[in-house]
Design a protein. Structure first.
Length: 238
């Protein structure tokens, strides 16, 4: 993780991505006798006739070709090509993160947050305590979501990188964003507001207002909604 990177400057983030070493890490499952063999920049695990190799694609393939007389067969597994930013190490985060979520490095996820399957969270984004990011939601670079929010399935919070914007999407506390809603770059959603499903929000939303439509407009105050329409379920966050 690059702790010195200025995440407030989209041009510096872009420059960091440009200059970052691009990696194509692969895993090779090898049926063969590799005992005593080694190679720089490749990690070896195994014994006897079964080995697993981790390393850059070119290094591993070159090793396999050079030592093919020791190998009966092999299978390659990969999930990226010329990747610039590693994935976030989520092992010690006090949150629930389901399989299939893609979370890049330099993302902040607070206690008791929930990240559902297929969610995508880009560099510099922040997710507050007890906030649920639903299936296939996208948080662009530096998108900021407060505490006790729900970002609905398929919703998109635009990032700051392209087009470049110094001001990220900011979702304040206790906000409900409906499924497939889109929040454009630089927009702030006030505390307690509700964004209806499928809306496209192009301007700031005041606290405790309900917006809907394309472009979204204020249709009422949240006090006019029935309680179950914007209720969050604590059991989902346990």
């Amino acid at each position: 993780m690059n702790n010195s990177l200025d995440l407030n400057d989209p041009y510096k983030i872009a420059a960091y991505i440009k200059e970052a070493k691009k990696t194509t890490i692969i895993k090779a499952y090898v049926d063969g006798n590799l005992k005593g063999l080694s190679a720089q920049n490749i990690k070896f695990f195994g014994s006897g006739e079964f080995w697993i190799l981790f390393g850059e694609n070119n290094d591993v393939i070159e090793f396999l070709q050079q030592n093919k007389h020791f190998i009966n067969k092999y299978e390659i597994e990969f999930d990226r090509r010329n990747s610039a930013i590693p994935m976030l190490d989520i092992r010690n985060i006090e949150a629930r993160i389901e399989p299939g979520a893609i979370i890049r490095d330099m993302v902040s996820i607070k206690k008791n947050a929930v990240i559902m399957m297929g969610a995508i969270i880009n560099i510099g984004a922040e997710v507050g305590e007890n906030t649920l990011i639903d299936m296939n939601a996208v948080l662009g670079a530096r998108a900021t979501v407060g505490n006790n929010c729900h970002i609905g399935a398929g919703a998109v919070l635009a990032g700051v990188l392209e087009p470049p914007s110094a001001t990220p999407v900011i979702i304040e506390d206790n906000v409900l964003v409906g499924a497939n809603a889109v929040i454009l770059e630089g927009v702030r959603i006030g505390a307690g507001a509700v964004v209806a499903a499928g809306s496209v929000v192009t301007r700031d939303v005041p606290p405790r207002k309900v917006v809907a439509g394309i472009p979204a407009r204020i249709i009422k105050d949240t006090s006019e909604m029935s309680a179950d329409k914007n209720k969050l379920l604590d059991d989902l966050r346990g």
